[in-house]
Design a protein around this ligand. Sequence first.
Ligand code: SF4
Ligand code: SF4
Length: 264
Amino acid sequence: MSTVPSPAPPELAGRRQMSGDERFRFACDPSVPCFTRCCADVNVVLTPVDVLRLARRLGLTTTEFLARHALVPITKELQLPVVMLRMGEDEGRRCPFVGEGGCGVYEDRPWSCRMYPVAMALPPARAGFEPRPLYFLLEDGFCRGGEGGRAWSVDEWRRDQGVLGREELESGFRDIVSHPWFIGGRRLDPKRCEIFFTACYDLDRFRAFVFESTFLERFELDAGTVERMREDDEELLRFGFRWLRFALFGEPVLVPRAASRRTA
Ligand code: SF4
Ligand code: SF4
């Protein structure tokens, strides 16, 4: 497969595209004059890992978190549901988690908050092209972080911000949204969009679907996998991505019991 770079998506047009080893200067701490300016009136896209970690931090189910703190804007252009952090309803539209000391959920802050001032985009799936994340530098006028500090490569920044530790789970999600099934602009029907939303974002509903239905009777799953899914949210999320590859795209990554009996 080719890895020829793709053009920037419209929302990042005009931003400086960066390779993983390209350098930029940045420093951010409570002494900067713009401290927390970036935590208001901003579009923070949430990944499934973000939703799960924020919900657990706040002591909420994922269903409660999504109802209280998320927006799911529906537009004709979107191939899949996108989940965004709901900003406050005050005039400045401040993030509900920001306080005088900065981010109140810092250890579990969303992926895009960690990555700022770097943004990432996934190009649409194209035949013959390996989906490869594109990085861009957000040189926003209000942010003074670029005026000093040390030079970082994108890869060093990802490591410093704790992004690499969750990369395996995040890439499982990216494999879904950039799946070759979408090549040519194919779209999921509303029922499959709902399946995608539940497995990716509403993990507590997905848990009920797996453990409180006939699901486990219908698929060949070893007892160890089932136990790990029962005890570990991230294992369940990992399984959710596997389930989606089966349910949405027909990949043979799960074996229905009837099929396994037929081939036995
Ligand atoms: S330097 Fe940039 S990232 Fe840091 S607080 Fe200021 S606006 Fe936010
Ligand atoms: S989650 Fe934290 S870092 Fe992100 S916008 Fe809110 S306060 Fe700022």
